[in-house]
Design a protein around this ligand. Structure first.
Ligand code: C2E
Ligand code: CA
Ligand code: CA
Ligand code: CA
Length: 275
C-alpha cells in the first residue's frame, strides 16, 4: 500500500479496505462488461428423476474478467442489484438465454433467475415479452425463478407483473425454497408451477433425517397441487436416490452436470435424443 503517514500502512492493508476496493471495481467494470463481451450465459440441466431426461436448463450468468479471472454471480449480482445495473444486465441475460432455448427441441424449457428489482422496473413484463418475441420463443417455454425475498414488500406491482406474464403463458418457480419466511403463504397466493428445494436440505450440515422429512412433506404437497418439486444441489447418486424416494420429480446438480456453454447444452440434448 502506498501511504502518506508512517503508521497507516496497516490501516490501508486491511481486508475490509481490499473488499471495498474490489467492490467498487466490480461496480464500475460491470457497466461495460457486456460491451467488452466478458459475460456469457451458461446452462445447467434440470433432469426428470423418473426418466433421466433433460426437461429444462437454468440460465446462470458467468463473468470472465481479463484480470480477475472468473467471477461468481454471488459476488457481482448483489452489486448489480444495489446499483440498478441488474435491469440492463437482466434484460441482456433473458434475451441471450431465450435465443439459445429457441434452438432446443420444443419440449425443453428455459429457467431464468429474476431479481426483485427487475420486476419493479417500469415496463418489466413488456420487456420480457419483447425479448421472447425477438428470440422467437413461445412464452410457455420460459420459467422465471423468483425467491421469497421478492415478496418482502408484497406490492401491487408484484401481483400485476406475475398476473400479466402468467396470462401470456410464462411460468413461475419458487427458488431456494425453505430459506426464507412464511413461504407457504406465497405458495398459496401465487400460481407457482414449480418449487425448488434449497440445496441446504440435500447436503451440508443441516441435511439429515429432519430435512428428509421436510422434503417428503413438500413433495407430497407438490403432487397434490400438481407442481414439480426440484431438488437442488444433487452431487451424489445417494442424494439422487434419496430425493427421488422422497417424491421429488426433478433434480439439478453436479451429479448430472455443471452449468455448461450453449453449444454443450445443445450437444447434451442431441446425445440424449440419439439414445
Ligand atoms: P441459484 O439460482 O440458487 O443457482 C444455483 C447455484 O447453485 C448456481 O451457482 C449453480 O452453479 C450452483 N449449483 C448447481 N448445482 C450444484 C451442486 O451440485 N453443488 C453445488 N455446491 N452448487 C451447485 P451460481 O451459478 O454461482 O449462481 C449463484 C446464484 O447467483 C444463483 O443461485 C442466483 O441466485 C444468482 N444468479 C446466477 N445467475 C443469475 C442471473 O442470470 N440472474 C440473476 N438475477 N441471478 C443470477
Ligand atoms: Ca435459480
Ligand atoms: Ca436455487
Ligand atoms: Ca440462491
Amino acid at each position: 500500500a502506498k501511504v502518506g503517514g508512517r503508521n497507516q500502512v496497516c490501516f490501508f492493508d486491511t481486508a475490509m479496505t481490499r473488499d471495498l476496493v474490489r467492490r467498487k471495481e466490480i461496480e464500475v467494470e460491470l457497466r461495460s462488461a457486456i460491451q467488452r463481451d466478458e459475460l456469457s450465459i451458461f446452462f445447467q440441466p434440470i433432469v426428470d428423476l423418473e426418466t433421466g431426461r433433460i426437461r429444462s436448463f437454468e440460465a446462470l450468468v458467468r463473468w470472465f474478467h481479463p484480470e480477475k479471472g472468473e467471477l461468481r454471480p454471488d459476488e457481482f449480482i448483489p452489486v448489480a442489484e444495489e446499483t440498478g445495473a441488474i435491469i440492463t444486465l437482466g434484460n441482456w441475460i433473458t434475451a441471450q438465454a431465450a435465443k439459445a432455448c429457441a434452438q432446443w427441441p420444443e419440449d425443453v424449457t428455459l429457467a431464468v433467475n429474476l431479481s426483485p428489482m427487475q420486476l419493479r422496473a417500469p415496463g418489466a413484463a413488456l420487456g420480457i415479452l419483447t425479448a421472447l418475441r425477438d428470440a422467437g420463443l413461445a412464452p410457455h417455454r420460459l420459467e422465471l425463478e423468483v425467491t421469497e425475498s421478492l415478496f418482502l414488500d408484497d406490492s401491487a406491482d408484484t401481483v400485476r407483473f406475475i398476473d400479466e406474464l402468467s396470462a401470456e403463458g410464462v411460468r413461475f418457480a419458487l427458488d431456494d425454497f425453505g430459506t426464507g419466511y412464511s413461504s407457504l403463504h406465497y405458495v398459496n397466493k401465487y400460481p407457482f408451477k414449480k418449487i425448488k428445494v434449497d440445496r441446504s436440505f440435500v447436503s451440508g450440515p443441516n441435511a439429515g433425517r429432519k430435512s428428509d422429512a421436510i422434503i417428503r412433506a413438500v413433495a407430497g404437497m407438490g403432487s397434490t397441487l400438481d407442481m414439480d418439486i426440484v431438488a437442488e444441489g444433487l452431487e451424489t447418486i445417494e442424494q439422487v436416490q434419496a430425493v427421488k424416494a422422497a417424491g421429488c420429480t426433478l433434480g439439478q446438480g453436479y451429479y448430472f452436470s455443471r452449468a455448461v456453454p450453449d453449444y454443450l447444452a445443445a450437444m447434451l440434448l442431441a446425445q440424449e435424443r440419439e439414445r
